[in-house]
Write a protein that binds this ligand. Structure first.
Ligand code: TPP
Ligand code: MG
Length: 367
């Protein structure tokens, strides 16, 4: 007998509200109640893009270190993060600057981190906006654990974790999905599928026809959404947050998007991807889409955008000036800070190393 094997295909029609030209996909829907959100989202995305552009310039000037630009992924991040409450947990990868800014992380703290100082994002006790995670997918089990702990404590908070398409090929992703589902942890898994894991295309990364379908293996609901459509992302993620908050259960959202810049500042994408592909995605720019819509409703005009651009540049200038002052102060402090931001209480070997360091200027290498 044959014919028993089949593919459990999930729906592959991504949710979309506005098309690439800023028109309603379904003209029967009314988004009048969402215009206020779209205005705020437009400002947040523009602010994030300009900040990202400044980071890139500063890196090229040698003022900060390597970082991962977000250009093109602003809607996926702003739409998702806009659904979080202040007491919810935000667990980012290394590419979530738009979400961070929206959630109130200071520009100066991001600059400081990019310049190599722990004092920026790490080590802020009690902060529910976690710092960036560089080891791919290691943040996923952490988010599952945080959410599980919150539930045990009787909180109705949720943990939202961000990761890329490439991360879903790693073991930590599967362990976190399994843990969250089996132990009923209120996690919202947000995958920004930007089609690439550095130079590895999505097609060489996974044989699954969608990333969203990976959730089905864990008994978890999931959805695909146009990740360059900020309102669509918000609507889908809102549903996942609601499910986590009220039922304590996890969900996964796959936001289809594209990174329009380099993977990190240490990368040259011209060696592995075509200009045509970049051009095609440029036409789907998440910011232009909302701007066109808002202009068509006369919610914004040239003069307003000009004022907004000036305000943003001014904010970025001030944040960078404050960062330089802070760096000058930090450079005055003792090298002893190398022992900070690791453990709440130093382990015995680290205590010994610290003592030795203070005596001799060098740490004993005793493990
Ligand atoms: C454990 C680990 N292996 C390898 C790397 C090097 N690395 C950095 S980003 C990346 C690809 C990540 O791709 P994806 O998850 O799609 O995220 P994206 O960069 O596209 O946002 C790799 C392999 C790393 N940081 N951590
Ligand atoms: Mg990717």
């Amino acid at each position: 007998m044959t014919g028993h094997l089949e593919y459990p295909e999930p729906s592959t029609k991504p949710h979309r509200v506005l098309d690439a030209n800023g028109n309603l996909v379904d003209d029967q829907t009314s988004i009048d109640d969402d215009v206020g959100f779209l205005e705020e989202a437009f400002k947040a995305m523009l602010r994030a893009r300009r900040f990202d552009e400044r980071l890139l310039k500063l890196q090229r000037q040698g003022a900060i270190g390597t970082f991962a630009p977000i250009k093109g992924q602003e809607a996926a991040q702003v739409g998702a993060a806009s659904t979080l409450r202040d007491d919810d947990w935000f667990v980012p990868s290394f590419r979530e600057k738009a979400a961070m800014l929206l959630l109130g992380v200071e520009m100066a703290d991001i600059f400081l981190t990019a310049a190599g100082w722990n004092e920026g994002l790490a080590g802020k006790k009690g902060d529910r906006r976690l710092p960036e995670t560089v080891p791919v997918s290691s943040q996923l089990p952490i988010a599952a654990g945080i959410a599980y702990a919150a539930r045990l404590r009787g909180e109705d908070t949720v943990a939202m974790v961000f990761f890329g398409d490439g991360a879903t090929s790693s073991g930590d992703f599967h362990e976190a999905m399994n843990f969250a589902s089996v132990l009923k942890a209120p996690v919202v898994f947000v995958c920004q599928n930007n089609g690439w894991a550095i130079s590895t295309p999505r097609s060489a990364q996974t044989a699954s026809s969608t990333i969203a379908q990976k959730a089905h293996a864990y008994g978890m609901p999931s959805a695909q959404v146009d990740g360059n459509d900020v309102l669509a992302v918000r609507q889908v993620v809102e549903e996942a947050v609601e499910r986590a908050r009220t039922k304590g259960l996890p969900s996964m959202v796959e936001a289809l998007t594209y990174r329009m810049e380099v993977h990190t500042t240490a990368d040259d994408p011209s060696r592995y991807r075509d200009d045509d592909e970049i051009e095609a995605w440029r036409a789907r720019d998440p910011i232009t889409r909302v701007e066109t819509f808002l202009r068509s409703r006369s919610q914004i005009d040239d003069a307003m955008v000009e004022v907004l651009e000036e305000q943003i540049q001014d904010e970025i200038d001030r944040a960078w000036a404050a960062t330089k002052t802070r760096i000058a102060e930090l450079e005055e402090q003792s090298d002893e800070v190398i022992f900070d931001h690791i453990f709440e209480d130093l382990t015995p070997p680290l205590k010994r190393q610290r003592k030795d360091f203070l005596k001799t200027g060098r740490g004993a290498n005793d493990g």
